[in-house]
Design a protein around this ligand. Structure first.
Ligand SMILES: [Zn+2]
Length: 88
């Protein structure tokens, strides 16, 4: 029985370490990792509810899209980004 507990703890620790490393490797904030302009947020009901710390974003300039870490406490400029995109 002790062997099973040790194996389960080992697997849980691996999952926790991989999750932490993947989270830290994700780009942080609303700025594009390629060109540095603010990206437009893409709403994903599944991702927003399951992982509220992550957000999917799309760069209107270079077309990069992906999951980024959500930064809290900053004002949301997505309306400005969308209006700029609509003008261009
Ligand atoms: Zn970009």
């Amino acid at each position: 029985m002790l062997v099973v507990v040790v194996l389960l703890v080992t697997v849980a620790m691996r999952v926790a370490i991989v999750t932490a490393v993947v989270y830290l490797l994700l780009p942080r904030g609303p700025l594009c990792p390629h060109c540095g302009i603010e990206m437009a947020p893409l709403r994903n009901r599944f991702l927003d509810r399951l992982l509220p710390a992550l957000q999917r974003r799309w760069c209107l300039d270079c077309g990069w899209d992906g999951v980024v870490r959500r930064v809290r406490g900053k004002p949301n400029h997505s309306i400005d980004v969308m209006s700029r995109a609509a003008r261009s």
